[in-house]
Ligand binder design. Sequence first.
Ligand code: SF4
Length: 712
Amino acid sequence: MAVEIVRSTCPHDCASACAVDVERLAPDRVGRLRGGRWNPYTDGMICAKVARYAERTHNPDRLTTPMVRDGPKGSGRFKPIGWDEALDRVADAFDAARRRHGPQALWPYHYAGTMGLVQRDGIQRFRALLGTSLQHDTFCTSLGDAGWAAGMGARKWGVDPREMADSDVIVLWGLNAVHTQVQIMGWVARARKARGARLVVVDPYRNPTAEKADMHLMPRPGTDAALACAVMHVLFRDGLADRTYLAAHTDDPEGLEAHLRDRTPAWAARITGLSADEIEAFAHLYGGTGRAYLRIGYGFTRSRNGAAAMHAVTCLPVVTGAWAHRGGGALWSMSGLYQLDTSLITADEHRDGTQRWLDQSRLGAILTGAASDALAAGPPVTAMLIQNTNPMVTAPDSTQVARGFAREDLFVCVHEQILTETARMADVVLPATTFLEHDDLYKGGGHTVLGIGLRVITPLGEARCNHDVLNALMARLDAPAHVANEMSARELLEETLRLSGLPEAEEIRDAGGHDCATSFDVHHFRKGFGHCDGRFRFHGAWRGAQAAVMPDLPDHLEIIEAADADHPFRLVTAPARQFLNSSFNETPTSRAQQGRPTVFVHPDDAQSLGVTDGAPVRLGNRRGSVTLHAQVFPGLPTGTVVVESLWPAAAFPEGLGINALVGADPGPPNGGAVFHDTAVWLRPAGVEAKAEAPESWAAAPPVSPPPALETA
Ligand code: SF4
């Protein structure tokens, strides 16, 4: 068969949702993937890990048949069974759980291993129709979303990233684009070539993006709001604030200016570790042009004060009035731009209002009963269906997560592509398709183009897509009738497009995606921000259970897990170039190119600890510890260490990954994982740690199931 090129869209947890051209070598085999030039934003660029996707699709470790556990939990011993038997076993176990404790004892758990709306979000329909526990999604955007909405309001979009070509200054704040959204660098290059644009990177270590910057600001982790406040202080002080814009579009510019009067560069320098001169220089560069494009990343928001930091950062283009200019303004996420009717996929209207929401980041506490509020006063979780995520590695406080999954009374079904750490803890494992083997549609969080990915090859072995598995289980569990449960994934995709007023899938695919970009006025909020009065709120409109914690006006919030005498370092678990969360950490090339689990340590810190370059070291806190290798690296502040992540758990001698050190307490105001907000100690491997009291559980005896609350 001649090689065919088939258009598709990258499904991974990445805002770029790149257009890809897939080489189809045979009906069941792909070759190389290349960037499709037909998406006007991604424009032919994809990352290297997806370019070699054949290695992932045809990985000899792919699961090809359903399996049932044939040994102790976590042993990795399974035996193959047929699909009907597997689905019957899972349905029987789910039915037993709901008969004993009610339907909310079942917790379907998912995340963003695929960003396709059909295959990712169908599990919401499963929850709604069966009345199970719901999932509060807190891994990724909840802290950033809260901070964005506090000032900007409910409209979650921003300036079209193609406008970067018209920018004089581009600021990447908490965003390592080279590792995570490589297309941004293409647009930076255009702006540099066309206009001599300057690139500023705000990030706590000198990563490959920072290396390309004209100005790199390296604040201590968790101090970004202090930097933003001091920049605004300078903007007001030096006549760089656009007072006309402020009067027309904001709630209280005079109140903000007064509040910032003592948030000087010297004040921020003490908090951030930057020099006052660096802050002054950044403020003047940023405020010196209206064409300043602020591309806001996720990194700095994954902190206990991350929502407050996001609010402070979103104030910057408002103070300068950059929103009014072409090439100016900001982008955090475009996800609110796509006006899609996904009601058939999610069946949200079937939720009955009594179903509890469980925080995905508190999985360990939920399964072990370690925190009394984690179960939201409901029954224990005794059965789980897991799709698109590997929480044994990706969830915080992973030692506690592992203890929870080890519960003998917990039934777990994992639907996966390979035998991940989480799948190893399952009772039944079901083989899942990759995006090349099923149909879906994709929003680009970092741009405006809706993408389509239709099946390119036949499923590997007996792999089935998420949609088919959910429907098969719902049929066995006598779920209420729903039209989507009778559809194929392709039919559901087409009907979703039709309900959204969009063309059919093939038409969109062949046209190079559907560009949802709208007018300059909408993207630049010229008709008002997302509050009812259309004004940006410097007085943050905070919502959530912990709203009282939040600052009224933008400010540095001292609620991080601060370093102390016993834990003198702040740990950032930054994204690795060759992995995407835990995806791709199974492919040999990604692992080989990434090297080994490594902690970056400043030379001064290394010297004071007696750590040499390449030496094995131990990193820990009261939650646990891991062993990895040191890389002495001058490109970060003293007192900060960085571990590019996420390595497989087995890459660490302890058998648990870096998230064993990360707390699972919900960041205010409305929950959120605090992946980059961790205090740790560091010492050469072999040097005994002094005994630490466990935070809550680390030295506790084996866990018992949470007390059963009988429900009607
Ligand atoms: S950059 Fe992101 S969206 Fe693009 S191919 Fe890589 S993982 Fe996929």
